[in-house]
Design a protein around this ligand. Structure first.
Ligand code: HEC
Length: 135
């Protein structure tokens, strides 16, 4: 076998191995139940943050202006946001609202409170068709 052929064979074998690795993992009904429970726990925790007067510094809560996630439009992200002057993700607008109406400090994008709030907002708007960029 020449070098080129050997390389081809090695690549093909590797692809088989790696390919096998990326096929969907097996999961059971119990897994699904556990994951759904974890997700719903995040949604519930997100609602708590959304209604927490201690998130900002002035006692105002998200739900006062966005009852049940109203006017948050998660299905339109990413999109250009005038307030930020760029195409933004929704967590960046959440931080805009924390800084402005709530007079608080930004949360990191991967802060569990941010993840939970995003889960709560998306859950409230579930079923909406994705329309990224829309105003
Ligand atoms: C005093 C009222 C007020 C409060 C309190 C408030 N917001 Fe907002 N929120 C606004 C306004 C005004 C906008 C800007 C709407 C626009 O021009 O897109 C906005 C925009 C948003 C958007 C983007 C909406 C869109 O259509 O793209 C999200 C998401 C959001 N707020 C989440 C939150 C979260 C989370 C909190 C709590 C941390 C919060 N808001 C608190 C008034 C408020």
């Amino acid at each position: 076998m020449n070098k080129k052929k050997m390389l081809q064979l090695t690549c093909a074998t590797l692809a088989l191995f790696i390919g096998g690795g990326v096929t969907a993992d097996e999961f059971t009904k119990q897994d699904l139940q556990r994951w759904q429970a974890e997700y719903m726990a995040a949604v519930k925790a997100g609602r708590d943050v959304f209604t927490d007067p201690k998130l900002g510094s002035n006692g105002i809560v998200c739900a006062q202006c966005h009852p049940n996630g109203a006017n948050t439009h998660p299905e339109t992200y990413p999109k250009f946001q005038k307030q930020l002057g760029k195409v933004a993700q929704m967590w960046e607008m959440v931080n805009w609202c924390i800084r402005n109406p709530l007079e608080g400090k930004d949360l990191a994008a991967n802060d569990p409170r941010m993840t939970n709030m995003l889960a709560y907002i998306a859950h409230e708007r579930r079923g909406k068709t994705l329309t990224p960029g829309k105003h």
